[in-house]
Design a protein. Structure first.
Length: 231
């Protein structure tokens, strides 16, 4: 493996680690009295700075759903995409393991209608998938407009992506936990209650479908051809 690829995988792993550790950790640290705005800000801020830190190294996917969206539109080749996803999952799982070791258990795992405190709202499996599709679609649209499109102002990507994640959590947090990211969900889930296999469907199908819809619609509605490995 060349040093350039190693650097990309390190960037993806550490950024996904940071998102999972800070995001889930912020929920855990609040105990039973979890404030939705605090959770949204924690996720948005850490993602914003990690996107800014890794954008020029790996393209700052930090999400298997985003990587699969880029793979589907030939913006990354299949071998590197698989390596990215492995690095993202590894980073998230390491974060989950550390949180488990310090006593967090599976706290901070997105789940339908299971937001800590009194904000949770019960939704069906189908509704949860749809919500995750829409939230990830919005995330992917912002990524395309701020990080991929060469007409975007320089340096805006981290700010824009962090803001849309904050907004998504403020709306979708009480409904599904607003994961938008299979790695962020799985990294904590495997150290908690893994008995509900329906969650596996919600937090893989939803984000992946949303990312694919976002990138495909963006390419359909805006000029320019996708280029392989454009990160």
């Amino acid at each position: 493996m060349c040093k350039d690829t190693q650097a990309k995988l390190y960037a993806e792993g550490i950024a996904t680690f940071a998102l999972t550790f800070i995001g889930a950790g912020a929920i855990w640290m609040q105990g039973d009295d979890v404030d939705l705005l605090t959770v949204a800000v924690a996720h948005g801020m850490i993602l914003s700075v990690m996107v800014t830190a890794t954008m020029n190294i790996s393209g700052a996917h930090i999400n298997p759903a985003i990587t699969l969206g880029f793979l589907a539109t030939k913006r990354i080749e299949s071998k590197l995409a698989a390596q990215y996803i492995a690095a993202q999952l590894a980073g998230a799982i390491i974060a989950g393991a550390i949180l488990y070791a310090i006593g967090a258990g599976g706290v901070g795992t997105p789940a339908p209608g299971n937001f800590p405190g009194e904000n949770g709202a019960l939704v069906s499996t189908e509704q949860a998938i749809l919500i995750e599709v829409v939230l990830t679609f919005l995330l992917m649209t912002v990524i395309m407009g701020t990080a991929v499109d060469n007409r975007a102002p320089a340096g805006i990507a981290g700010f824009g992506i962090g803001l849309v994640v904050m907004a998504d959590i403020l709306m979708g947090g009480p409904l599904t936990g607003a994961a938008m990211n299979p790695a962020r969900w799985a990294g904590v889930w495997i150290f908690g209650d893994m008995t509900n296999n329906i969650d596996l469907i919600i937090y893989t199908v939803g984000p992946i479908a949303g990312a694919l819809l976002g990138v495909l619609l963006w390419d359909k509605m805006t000029p320019g051809e996708p280029t392989e490995d454009s990160e």
